[in-house]
Design a protein. Structure first.
Length: 253
């Protein structure tokens, strides 16, 4: 039986997750490790968990509830019928205070208005519950890749924490990630921007956006740099990187 999308407008279905086409891509594997290192302590022991945007699930397999684990996405292709809900982060189809943890990894940049998405995730959190997010970093890195993926914005750490705090949540940790691979990211994005400007073309939101392909040797090299980030993040926050990762808490009454 096909999944029925709840409260999803056509404008929200802009660009499917690249992980649907290539779940084993190095970036998703590294992201899973980095998110686990930074955020797992805030999810440990949670009974009921909501994973928003879980079509990107290959790199967040560690996020599970001891009692209930619900996945939600606007794209039904990344969900398993019977275990997933096709719905919108802007109108979560759940009662107030339903979850101990809500995760939204590379989701909020797809949401407009941003504040409505944050407020909805805060609404379904129980008092003392934790919101765990990641978002892409730096507006200067905006390129046709963001347009094809249906992004509305990129973030600094301050921009991300301000958005979370505006939703009435208390930030517990905020750090950059993908620091060791950042020079390669910056070079690739600047090259993309230059090519895009020179071509004078307009990028449109795509269905499944193709990922930059790497050889097996480059894949291993980038993965090892990611392992270095994980070791550093286990001890401290990082000052820059191509992603921002935030853990926040809903105040007790």
């Amino acid at each position: 039986m096909p999944l029925v999308c709840l409260g999803v407008t056509q404008a929200e279905v802009r660009g499917g997750s690249a992980s649907i086409g290539q779940a084993d891509y190095w970036w998703y594997r590294v992201r899973g490790s980095l998110l686990h290192t930074v955020l797992h302590p805030y999810a440990a022991g949670a009974a009921d968990v909501l994973d928003v945007g879980s079509a990107d699930g290959p790199s967040v397999s560690w996020l599970r509830g001891d009692r209930m684990h619900i996945t939600l996405d606007v794209d039904p292709r990344g969900l398993v019928p019977g275990t997933g809900v096709c719905g919108s982060a802007l109108q979560l189809p759940f009662a107030d205070e339903s979850f101990d943890v809500v995760g939204a990894f590379d989701v909020v940049e797809h949401c407009e208005p941003e504040g409505q998405a944050v407020s909805e995730m805060a609404r379904v959190l129980r008092p003392g519950g934790r919101l765990l997010i990641s978002v892409p970093a730096y507006q200067w890195a905006w390129s046709d890749f963001d347009e094809q993926n249906g992004h509305y914005r990129r973030y600094t750490r301050r921009r991300a924490t301000t958005a979370i705090e505006s939703g009435g949540l208390e930030v517990l940790r905020a750090t950059y990630a993908f620091t060791s691979t950042f020079p390669f990211f910056a070079a690739e994005r600047l090259a993309r921007r230059t090519k895009h400007v020179l071509s004078r073309s307009k990028a449109e939101a795509a269905d499944i956006v193709p990922l930059p392909q790497t050889s097996s040797g480059v894949d291993r090299f980038l993965s090892r740099l990611g392992e270095l980030d994980a070791r550093l993040l286990a001890r401290r926050d990082l000052p820059f990187g191509s992603s921002v990762v935030v853990a926040a808490r809903k105040p007790e009454r």
